[in-house]
Write a new protein. Structure first.
Length: 525
């Protein structure tokens, strides 16, 4: 299986799936075979294996050094005679003069490091659209302003494949579902399960407005090829004297190893593996590391993180640590819902809609029936009240501490078109679209002219209390081309991400008149 195919976000499933080929005899058969020294036929199929196992077996050479911006660059050379897909394994650690660091997959929403165009979200929690109070406001704040430089953004936009993968020569975040996504297929746009037509959520079944999670990051190497791969880091070392995060210096040599070699204890090792497999945002991962690896209490962590963290990220970190001793779950994020009838005549439709939502993936979240008076951690909720030909949907989301609901407005959805029978799948898809519209927004803006040509930027706002791992976008016009997927985003809660877009991509995708977010992968941690 291709290492990016994993439909699971949790480390145990992802590790088993992404490293499935490591222990097979094939890797050992080629381990001692020098480049070009054998006339034997070389298999065409690429071999999928972990970076650490490839180093151990002599298939690759790897040299790592600090970038000075909270990342390291891993230079990997393929010494074998066949093509390799080298997987970034959960639990990778790097040690140097500055201390010890954990390697993180995905873009993960950096801490102002590595040119990340990550911003805070101003205003209240009033949702994403007009008439809902609060609004977005503020934008890029708290020293996090800026836009990714060209090499950090959507390098494949000009090829009409929207794929956010960090540096062009970096770990690949793609799923095989990226690129052209079969969204229409006689299903009336996003009806009949929405994104289920492109694979849904893998093990989560038919997804409504859901983007399939990506697997473990990997790098494809031809025989003899060297790639220099920027890799996010989380510090496992106490903060500097001024309270800032300790980072490896630019050019500082780093030794690669596995978290089990650190001697930091089982919980530290397990935390690193789960965070890396989940491609956790850097801010959240750093909060977890200070609590688990350094033993700082949450009050201290909050004080240290105050210059760059927000309360929603701290709540995610605390929830993650509280569940660290439990068996990992496939999806930590929840959509809590209830569907009620306003009168007896509407009861049948309400019951059908509720049954069709049960245990489905909606905008990447597990749908669970019942909206309690208070949430038990980060979550999204919706209350649907069906009355005849129309239903009113009230949206709520957990607040800063994850223990109270915050209103996100309401909207109406027709239960059936005139003269048509009630279709619970199409109805629930419309509800999911309304939810998504209030939690995630993408906007196109013109950037400065370069070499006399216009440039564009796409800003992605995550107003939810959860992590935005990926989304699918299309032009605002209904006749716009099929949606494209952006994977490996890792936008933390209440943050925005700005990335460059080529003029060709803007024209080809029909984004000039606006950007529609048609599906997403939201999650907990």
């Amino acid at each position: 299986m291709h290492p990016s195919e994993s439909p699971f976000r949790t480390p145990l499933r992802a590790l088993a799936l992404g490293l499935a080929c490591i222990t097979g005899s094939t890797a050992l058969a080629w381990a001692d075979d020098p480049v070009g020294n054998s006339a034997a036929e070389v298999p065409d199929e690429a071999l999928d294996l972990s970076l650490l196992d490839a180093m151990r077996d002599g298939l690759v050479d790897a040299q790592a050094e600090g970038d000075g911006d909270g990342r390291m660059t891993v230079a990997v050379t393929n010494r074998s005679r066949r093509r390799l897909n080298v997987v970034l394994p959960p639990g990778l650690v790097a040690s140097g003069a500055a201390g010890q660091f954990g390697g993180m997959g995905g873009m993960g929403g950096g801490m102002g490091m590595g040119g990340m165009g990550m911003g805070g979200m101003g205003g209240g929690m009033g949702g994403m659209r007009g008439g809902m109070g609060g609004g977005m406001g503020g934008g890029m704040r708290r020293g996090m302003s800026g836009t990714m430089p060209p090499m950090m953004g959507m390098m494949m936009l000009g090829r009409v494949i929207m794929q956010l993968c960090g540096d062009y020569d970096s770990w690949d975040q793609r799923s095989l579902a990226s690129g052209m996504m079969g969204m229409r297929g006689g299903m009336g746009g996003m009806g009949m399960g929405g994104m289920g037509g492109m694979g849904g959520m893998g093990g989560m079944g038919m997804g409504m407005r859901s983007v399939r999670p990506t697997g473990l990051p990997y790098a494809a190497l031809k025989p003899g090829q060297t790639r220099k791969l920027p890799t996010r880091l989380v510090s496992l070392t106490p903060p500097a004297a001024d309270g800032s995060v300790t980072r490896p210096a630019e050019g500082e040599a780093l030794r690669l190893g596995d978290a089990s070699q650190l001697g930091g204890g089982r919980r530290t090792t397990e935390a690193l593996r789960r965070l890396s497999a989940a491609k956790a945002p850097t801010r959240v991962a750093q909060m977890v590391a200070w609590n688990v690896a350094q033993g700082y209490d949450w009050e201290t962590v909050a004080r240290l993180a105050e210059p760059w963290g927000n309360p929603y990220e701290l709540t995610l970190a605390r929830e993650f640590v509280e569940r660290l001793d439990e068996r990992p779950v496939e999806e930590a994020g929840l959509l809590l819902y209830e569907v009620v009838a306003a009168d007896d005549a509407s009861q049948a439709r309400a019951d059908e809609a509720a049954r069709a939502l049960k245990d489905k993936a909606v905008i990447g979240l597990w749908a669970r029936e019942g909206v309690p008076s208070e949430p038990d951690g980060p979550a999204v909720g919706c209350k649907v009240r069906v009355r005849g030909e129309e239903a009113v949907v009230q949206v709520v989301a957990s607040g800063k501490q994850g223990d109270a609901w915050v209103p996100f407005g309401k909207f109406t959805v027709p239960t059936a078109r005139e003269g048509a029978d009630f279709d619970p799948i199409a109805f629930n898809d419309a509800v999911a679209a309304g939810l998504l519209d209030r939690l995630v927004v993408a906007r196109l803006a013109r950037g400065p002219r370069e070499n006399g040509k216009p440039t564009y930027r796409i800003r992605i706002d995550n107003a939810s209390p959860l992590i935005l791992n990926g989304l699918a976008i299309a032009g605002a016009a209904e006749e716009a081309d099929a949606p494209r997927q952006l994977a490996g985003l890792g936008v933390p809660p209440r943050r925005s991400l700005t990335v460059p877009a080529s003029i060709q991509a803007v024209e080809d995708l029909g984004l000039e008149d606006g950007v529609r977010v048609v599906a997403a992968d939201l999650s907990g941690l």
